[in-house]
Design a protein around this ligand. Structure first.
Ligand code: PFF
Length: 451
C-alpha cells in the first residue's frame, strides 16, 4: 500500500502548525506567563524556542523525511541493530498518553462553546467557578465529550494524510487565525487592557535567571511545538524530498510562537478587566472559571465567549489529529495494519485511558493515597507525559541526531537539493552540545523536584 504524503508544502506547514497550535498556546502559554512573572517568562521562552526547540524540530523532521517511516521504524532504520527504536516507542506511547487527557479538556471547550452560544454560561454571572466545578464533577458528561472529540479526530484520520489531515487543517487554520485577531482586537478595548498589557510586556528582570522560569519555559516550548514525541518526525515522513525542511520548519515555529504571543494579548487584557484577577491563576481555572465571568458581564459577551471557545476547540482538534496520527502511523508501518483498523484500535485504547481522566480523582482512589502522587488522574497523566516523557524524548532525539545518526548525515537530508539552510555549523553545535546539556539539566531538575 502506498504511503501517504502531503499534496503541497503549505499543506505540511499548516498541518504541522495545526499540531503545534493548541490548548498549549491559548491556555498553557498565558497561564505560565502569569506564573512566571510576566514578560521575563516570555523572554526566556523565546530563547528556548530559538536555541533549543528549533534545532530539535529540524532534527525530527530530517529523521522522518530520510526514513519515510513512523518513529519506531525510523530509528531502527537509521541505526539498525541498536536499541534506538525505544526512543520511537516512547513517542508512540506519549501520543496516546497525551491524547487521553487532551481529549477531555478539548471536550470541555466544545461544551463551553455550546454554553456560550445558548447563553447558559451568561446566566451564571459571578458563579463561573462553581459552574465549572459542577460541570466537571459530572463525570459522564466529560466522558461523553472526550468520546466526541476522539470520534471527530478518528473521522479525520480515516481520510488519510492528504484527504483527511491536510484538507481539514488547511480549512481550520485560517478560521483560527481570524478568530484570534478578532478577539485580540476586542480585548484591547476592554477597561483593564492597559494594566494587562503592562504586566504582559514589562519584564521583571530579577526573574530572567530564575531556574524555575527556565524549567517552565522549556517545558512549555516543547509541548507547544509538539516536540519530543515523534509528531514532527511522523509529519516529516510524509514530506516530499524536494521541499526544503529549514524554511518549512521556520514557518511552523513562527506561526506557533506568533499565536502564543497573540493569545497573551487576549488573556491579559481580559483577565485584568475582571476585579480581583490574579495572573498566577493556574490550571483550567483561568479559561473555564475566570474568563466566563467577563463574558457574563460584557455587552455582546455571548458572541465573544462563543468565538473564544470555538477557537480553543479548533486549536485542540488539529492538535489531537497529530497526537493520534503517531500511534496510527506506527500500527500501519510496523504491524502492517490497514488505516481503518489502526484508527479504530487507537481510538478505543485512548478512550479507555481518557475515562479515568474524565472521571477525576474519585475514579482512582488509590492514586491520591500514594505519597507524592496526591493528584487526580488527569494531572498525573499530564505530569508524566509533559514533564517527563517529552523532555526525555527531546533529549534522545538531540543525542540521536547529534551523535548516533550523526550531524553530517542529518545535514545531507536538511540540505538535500541545495535547500536553504543557514548556519549548518551553528545548528550542529546546538544539536550536539547545547540541546542535550540544557534538556539534561531540566530532566535532572524535574526528577529531583518530584522526589
Ligand atoms: N502542541 C499542542 C499544544 O500546544 O496544545 C499539544 C501537542 C500536540 C503536544 C501534539 C504534542 C503533540 F505531539
Amino acid at each position: 500500500m502506498a504511503r501517504g504524503s502531503w499534496a503541497t508544502r503549505t499543506g505540511f506547514i499548516l498541518a504541522a502548525a495545526g499540531s503545534a497550535v493548541g490548548l498549549g498556546n491559548i491556555w498553557g502559554f498565558p497561564t505560565r506567563v502569569g506564573q512566571g512573572g510576566g514578560a521575563a517568562f516570555v523572554v526566556v521562552y523565546l530563547a528556548c524556542i530559538a536555541l533549543i526547540c528549533l534545532p530539535i524540530m529540524l532534527g525530527e523532521i530530517a529523521i522522518g523525511r530520510r526514513s519515510q517511516l513512523s518513529p519506531v521504524r525510523s530509528f531502527a532504520l537509521l541505526r539498525p541493530g541498536t536499541r534506538w527504536w525505544l526512543a520511537g516507542a516512547l513517542g508512540v506511547l506519549a501520543g496516546g498518553g497525551i491524547l487521553s487527557f487532551y481529549s477531555v479538556i478539548a471536550g470541555w471547550t466544545v461544551a463551553y462553546a455550546w454554553f456560550s452560544l445558548t447563553g447558559s454560561l451568561a446566566a451564571e454571572e459571578q458563579a463561573a467557578g462553581e459552574f465549572f466545578a459542577a460541570f466537571t464533577s459530572n463525570g459522564a458528561a466529560s466522558v461523553g465529550l472526550a468520546l466526541l472529540v476522539l470520534a471527530a479526530t478518528a473521522a479525520v484520520l480515516l481520510g488519510g494524510v492528504r484527504g483527511g489531515i491536510e484538507r481539514v487543517t488547511k480549512a481550520m487554520m485560517p478560521v483560527l487565525v481570524v478568530l484570534l485577531l478578532l478577539l485580540a482586537g476586542r480585548a484591547a478595548t476592554l477597561p483593564g487592557a492597559a494594566e494587562g498589557l503592562a504586566y504582559y510586556l514589562r519584564p521583571d528582570l530579577s526573574r530572567l535567571l530564575d531556574a524555575s522560569v527556565f524549567n517552565a519555559a522549556l517545558g512549555q516550548a516543547f509541548f507547544s511545538l509538539s516536540l519530543g514525541m515523534g509528531t514532527m518526525l511522523t509529519y516529516g515522513s510524509y514530506l516530499s524530498r524536494s521541499t526544503g525542511i529549514a524554511s518549512a520548519a521556520l514557518g511552523v515555529v513562527a506561526l506557533d510562537t506568533a499565536i502564543a504571543l497573540l493569545a497573551g494579548f487576549i488573556i491579559f487584557p481580559a483577565g485584568f478587566s475582571i476585579a480581583g484577577f490574579d495572573p498566577g491563576t493556574s490550571g483550567p481555572g483561568l479559561i473555564f472559571a475566570v474568563l466566563p465571568q467577563l463574558f457574563a458581564t460584557l455587552p455582546g459577551g455571548g458572541v465573544f465567549g462563543t468565538a473564544f471557545f470555538v477557537l480553543l476547540a479548533i486549536a485542540a482538534l488539529t492538535s489531537a489529529i497529530s497526537l493520534m496520527e503517531v500511534p496510527v502511523a506506527h500500527a500501519i508501518d510496523t504491524w502492517g495494519w490497514s488505516r481503518p483498523r489502526a484508527v479504530l484500535a487507537v481510538t478505543c485504547g485512548v478512550f479507555l485511558l481518557a475515562i479515568p481522566c474524565a472521571l477525576g480523582n474519585g475514579a482512582v482512589p488509590l492514586l491520591s493515597s500514594v505519597p507524592g502522587v496526591g493528584m487526580d488522574f488527569l494531572t498525573l497523566m499530564a505530569t508524566a507525559w509533559n514533564d517527563f516523557a517529552l523532555p526525555i524524548g527531546g533529549f534522545l532525539t538531540a543525542v540521536f541526531v547529534g551523535w548516533a545518526w550523526r550531524v553530517d548525515r542529518a545535514l545531507e537530508e536538511l540540505m538535500r537539493d541545495r535547500a536553504w539552510f543557514p548556519a549548518p555549523g551553528a545548528w550542529s553545535f546546538l544539536i550536539r552540545w547545547l540541546c542535550p546539556a540544557a534538556i539534561g539539566v531540566i530532566i535532572v531538575w524535574t526528577f529531583a523536584s518530584f522526589l
